[in-house]
Design a protein around this ligand. Structure first.
Ligand code: SAH
Ligand code: SF4
Length: 416
């Protein structure tokens, strides 16, 4: 596939890439894909499976769905015909649709994923999902919301008007879709058109909540999604390979750790409150000192389980030597990794990325203080797949129109 090419998923020539279309013909039935164990048990209950059988049946379906990645009940082997037909009559194993797939020349892949409709006026949320292959790992960057209610000034997602939380199913489905697209389920065909981790391991080995949205504003769904993707009988991603990135929703940081045991990343980006107030407006509510206190109390924190501090390099804004030294001083005593992110520009932004020698100088200071301080290599820039660039354009107006219609409906209902 040539670089920077947008294709409807069902027109790609790669057999692995046509899989997600499976089941779309039953679009009106709810899908079990993305459900928690409780959600699958509820489906079994709906079709009259006796309570005492539900646990065992849930386990079977779970394994076929999340370990084998089946997209059709017929492929399930250890469940009787009657139960399969009962399931088929009421549910599907359909995935969300991949409406566009792009491959960067560096192997980064971006998929535009349309979630199933949630009602007659909903065309379904559209989000972007990015896969970044490296020599020793494959990282999937998932979204937790459509858009974001926060308005960090350097972030494209923050300019999107439409915002809603994604459901647990919609979050988990992003990983299922990625595995479909990469042929990353047992016995599937893998794409040959881009770089993939060469060590024969699973293609998706890590998940980061660094796509669209603020995960700690959707902690319930994010936690259930983490339980689902970390389950050893299914998608099996270790919790230490799941990282949740937050702009600093202080009261939810502790609960995230105790509920999910996942890794934490903090979008710090500034070392003074006046500047951070501007870059990450949430800082006005939860200033740097409070944020770092919450980090110090993060459950399970140790030198083997460090917090990642993300710092986007903005030319002439936050990239001086003094700021590098202050960064190191602030993080003293917190088991930390520092991740310097070259700013990814987007149309209309007021910021520029720091010059390369400035980034190196900043990184040197951090390195000399004992931090590995990797500068995150820009990936997928040719397909606008980089951090902070994710934004779905298509749904803005129609979504707003829908909201107005829903409001009108609610008003009618009140009058009736
Ligand atoms: N809302 C969460 C997670 C999504 S943003 C958060 O803010 O942490 C994921 C990361 O991308 C954050 O560190 C964010 O600050 C960074 N980011 C946003 N816009 C960016 C841009 N234009 N260039 C580089 N990084 C960006
Ligand atoms: Fe939202 Fe994170 Fe972007 Fe800030 S950086 S607007 S919190 S997605």
């Amino acid at each position: 596939m040539s670089d920077n090419l947008t294709l409807p998923a069902n027109e790609t020539r790669d057999p692995a890439q046509s899989l997600p279309a499976a089941g779309l013909t039953h679009a009106t039935l709810p899908s079990l894909v993305g459900r928690t164990r409780a959600g699958i048990a509820a489906a079994l209950d709906d079709i009259g499976v006796p309570l005492k059988e539900q646990r065992m049946r849930t386990g079977q379906i779970w394994n076929w769905l999340y370990h084998h990645g089946v997209a059709d009940f017929a492929e399930i082997k250890n469940v009787g015909k009657d139960l399969k037909s009962a399931l088929e009559a009421r549910f599907t194993l359909a995935r969300p649709t991949v409406s566009a797939a792009q491959v960067s020349k560096d192997g980064t892949r971006k998929w535009l994923v349309r979630m199933p409709s949630t009602g007659p006026r909903d065309k379904g949320a559209e989000i972007e999902c990015v896969y970044i292959p490296e020599a020793d790992r494959g990282t999937l960057c998932v979204s937790s919301q459509v858009g974001c209610t926060l308005t960090c000034t350097f972030c494209h997602t923050g300019t999107q008007k439409l915002v809603r939380n994604l459901t647990t199913e919609e979050i988990v489905a992003q990983l299922v879709v990625a595995r479909d697209m990469l042929g990353d389920f047992p016995g599937r065909t893998r794409p040959t058109d881009g770089l993939l981790p060469g060590d024969g391991s699973r293609f998706v080995s890590n998940v980061v909540f660094m796509g669209m949205g603020e995960p700690l504003y959707n902690l319930g769904a994010v936690s259930d999604a983490i339980d689902t993707i970390a389950d050893g009988d299914g998608l099996s991603l270790g919790r230490r390979r799941i990282t949740v990135s937050t702009s600093g929703v202080v009261p939810e940081i502790g609960p995230l750790g105790s509920r999910t045991n996942s890794m934490l990343a903090i979008s710090l980006h500034a070392v003074r409150d006046d500047l951070r107030n501007e870059l990450v407006p949430l800082n006005r509510k939860y200033p740097i000192a409070a944020l770092l206190d919450a980090c110090r109390g993060y459950p399970g924190l140790s030198n083997a389980r460090r917090i990642t501090f993300e710092y986007v390099m903005l030319k002439g804004v936050n990239d001086s030597d003094a700021e590098a030294r202050e960064l190191v001083r602030l993080l003293k005593g917190i088991p930390a990794k520092i991740n310097l992110i070259p700013f990814n520009p987007w149309p209309g932004t007021r910021y520029e990325c720091s010059d390369w020698d400035r980034i190196e100088r900043f990184s040197d200071i951090v390195f000399r203080a004992g931090y590995a301080s990797p500068v995150r290599t820009p990936r997928g820039r040719d397909i606008l797949a980089a951090c902070g660039q994710l934004k779905s354009e298509t749904e803005k107006l129609s979504a707003r129109a829908r909201l107005m219609l829903d409001e009108a409906d609610a008003a009618d209902a009140r009058r009736a």
